[in-house]
Design a protein around this ligand. Structure first.
Ligand code: TYD
Ligand code: MG
Length: 452
C-alpha cells in the first residue's frame, strides 16, 4: 500500500477492512475495529539496521560457547527447555497481579548476579516502584539496569548502548513507536514494536522477555501474529487469592510444549514448588467415597492428582452434570460406559466431578480414575487410599494401555502409594524395581470389583 489512507483494524484478531464495521468479519467480535492510518511504505520501516546475511554451509555455522544460561530457578529452566537461549524471544501472558513482573525481576536478579547485564524496561511502573519490589525480593545488583520508558526508539537505543544479556519489556502493550499514528496497545503498535524488539534481540544476541496482557477470553491481547513471532509463549495461570501459580508452555521452539511449572507466591517472591504432587492431593485426606488418586503426565513429569466426584439423586428435571479440571465430553462418555457396561444406574443422578487444586487434566489416562471415582460415590464405597489408578477406558468397557507408565508408577511409589491399578497390556514392559504392587486389569468391571 503506497497511498496514505485509513484502514479499520480489529483489536482482537487483526482483521482489516477499508470501511468501518460494527462486527469484525474475522472473529465476530462486536465494536472491536479501530481506525488506523496507513503510512506510505517506507516511513514506518524498522529503525533496526538491516543486516544482510549470506548463506553458508551448516557445518561452518559458529555456535556461541554456551547456547543457554541457567536462570537459577530450576522450575523455570525446565519450562524454557534447559535455560535462557541467547537471542530468543519469550512472550509471557497472564492476568494482572498474577506475578509476571515478580517472576521476571527474580530471573533478572539471578542472571545479573552471575555477572551478566540485564535491562528491565518498565512501562507500567516507575523505577522507584520497581526498586521497592526489588528490595522485597532482595535484589541488589549493579548489573541489573532499570528504565521507565515507553518510547520504542529510546528502548532500542538503550539496548544498543548497554548490550544486555537479557531484556525484559513490561509490558508490550505500553510501548509505542512514535512514527505510527495509532495509540499504544493497538494491533499496529503491538505488532511493529514486538517486531523491532525481536529483531534487535536476534541481531545483538540478547534474550528478550515480552510481558503481554490478556483479554477477557484469557488470550494475549493484540494480534495473533505476536505469538507467531515469539520463540516461546508462556501463560501464567492461577487463582489470584490462592498462593499457587502454574506457568504453562503453549509454544516452544527449544523444548516441549506440554510442560508446566508450579510456583508458590510468598512474601519474598515466587518460589518453585519442589513436590507438586503433594499440593494436588488434599491435606489430611480421609478415607471417603468419591475420591481417587491418579498419576498423570504433565510434560516430562508425572503428577499425582486427586479426582473427586459427587453423585446425588436429581430432585427435579434433567439431572445436572458439572465438571471442572477434566473434559466434559470425556466425563459424559465415561458415564455412558458405566451405565451400559457396568449397569450402574446413573440416569437420574446429578454428577459433579472435580480435580483438586485447580489443575487441568486432559489425557485419556485419567479415564479409569474418573470412572472409579464416580462408581465409588454412587455405591458409597471408599477406594483404598494407598492405591493409584492409571488407564484409558474404551467404549467397550476395556481398559487400554497408556504411555510412560514407569514414570507414573515411580512418582506414585515416591509418594508412598502401595498399589497401582493399571491396564494389563502395560504391565509387560514394567521393570520389577518400581517398588509398587501392580494390579492388572483388562476390563473396567475388574477394577470396580476392587472396591468390593
Ligand atoms: P505482579 O508481579 O505485580 O503481577 P503482574 O505483573 O502479573 O501484574 O504481582 C503482584 C502480586 O504479587 C501482588 O498481589 C503482590 C504479590 N506479591 C507477593 O505476594 N510477594 C512478593 O514478594 C511480591 C513482589 C508480590
Ligand atoms: Mg506487572
Amino acid at each position: 500500500m503506497s497511498k496514505t489512507g485509513v484502514v479499520y483494524v480489529c483489536q482482537q484478531c487483526g482483521w482489516k477492512s477499508l470501511k468501518w464495521a460494527g462486527r469484525c468479519g474475522g472473529c465476530g467480535e462486536w465494536d472491536s475495529t479501530v481506525e488506523e492510518i496507513i503510512a506510505p511504505s517506507g516511513s514506518g520501516s524498522s529503525s533496526v539496521a538491516f543486516r544482510r546475511e549470506l548463506p553458508q554451509p551448516i557445518t561452518s555455522v559458529q555456535l556461541t560457547e554456551c547456547p543457554c544460561i541457567e536462570t537459577g530457578m530450576r522450575e523455570f529452566d525446565r519450562i524454557l527447555g534447559g535455560g535462557l537461549i541467547h537471542g530468543s524471544a519469550v512472550l509471557i501472558g497472564g492476568t494482572p497481579g498474577i506475578g509476571k513482573s515478580t517472576l521476571l525481576l527474580q530471573v533478572c536478579q539471578y542472571i545479573s548476579q552471575k555477572g551478566y547485564t540485564t535491562l528491565y524496561v518498565t512501562g507500567e511502573e516507575s523505577v522507584a516502584q520497581t526498586k521497592l519490589r526489588a528490595e522485597r525480593l532482595s535484589i541488589l545488583s549493579d548489573n541489573l539496569l532499570v528504565v521507565s520508558e515507553t518510547n520504542l526508539d529510546f528502548i532500542l537505543e538503550n539496548i544498543h548502548n548497554t548490550r544486555p544479556t537479557l531484556v525484559v519489556i513490561d509490558s508490550i502493550q505500553m510501548i509505542y513507536k512514535p512514527q505510527l499514528d495509532s495509540a499504544p496497545g493497538t494491533v499496529a503498535q503491538v505488532r511493529q514494536c514486538a517486531n523491532d524488539l525481536i529483531s534487535i534481540a536476534k541481531s545483538t544476541g540478547s534474550a528478550i522477555f515480552l510481558v503481554g496482557h490478556v483479554t477477557k477470553q484469557g488470550i494475549i491481547a493484540g494480534p495473533k501474529v505476536l505469538e507467531h513471532m515469539a520463540d516461546t509463549v508462556l501463560y501464567f495461570e492461577g487463582e489470584k487469592f490462592q498462593c499457587y501459580r502454574i506457568l504453562r508452555v503453549v509454544k516452544n521452539r527449544f523444548g516441549s510444549t506440554d510442560e508446566i511449572g508450579i510456583f508458590e507466591m510468598r512474601k519474598n517472591g515466587l518460589q518453585p514448588v519442589d513436590n507438586p504432587s503433594e499440593i494436588f492431593i488434599s491435606q489430611g485426606r480421609r478415607i471417603s467415597a468419591g475420591s481417587t488418586i491418579i498419576s498423570c503426565m504433565e510434560g516430562t513429569r508425572a503428577l499425582l492428582v486427586e479426582i473427586q466426584a459427587l453423585v446425588a439423586r436429581a430432585n427435579f428435571g434433567m439431572p445436572e452434570r458439572k465438571v471442572s479440571g477434566v473434559d466434559y465430553n470425556r466425563v459424559s462418555m465415561i458415564l455412558a460406559i458405566l451405565e451400559k457396561r457396568i449397569e450402574l444406574k446413573l440416569g437420574g443422578q446429578d454428577v459433579f466431578v472435580n480435580i483438586v487444586g485447580g489443575v487441568q487434566v486432559d489425557e485419556p489416562a485419567a479415564d479409569l480414575g474418573i470412572a472409579m471415582t464416580i462408581a465409588s460415590s454412587l455405591k458409597e464405597k471408599a477406594i483404598p487410599p494407598d492405591t493409584v489408578f492409571v488407564g484409558e477406558v474404551g467404549l467397550g468397557g476395556e481398559v487400554r494401555s497408556v504411555s510412560q507408565m514407569e514414570i507414573r508408577l515411580k512418582e506414585a511409589h515416591r509418594l508412598g502409594f502401595k498399589r497401582a491399578v493399571i491396564p494389563k497390556d502395560n504391565a509387560k514392559g514394567i521393570s520389577k524395581d518400581v517398588g509398587i504392587e501392580l494390579v492388572e486389569v483388562c476390563y473396567l468391571s475388574e477394577a470396580i470389583e476392587i472396591m468390593g
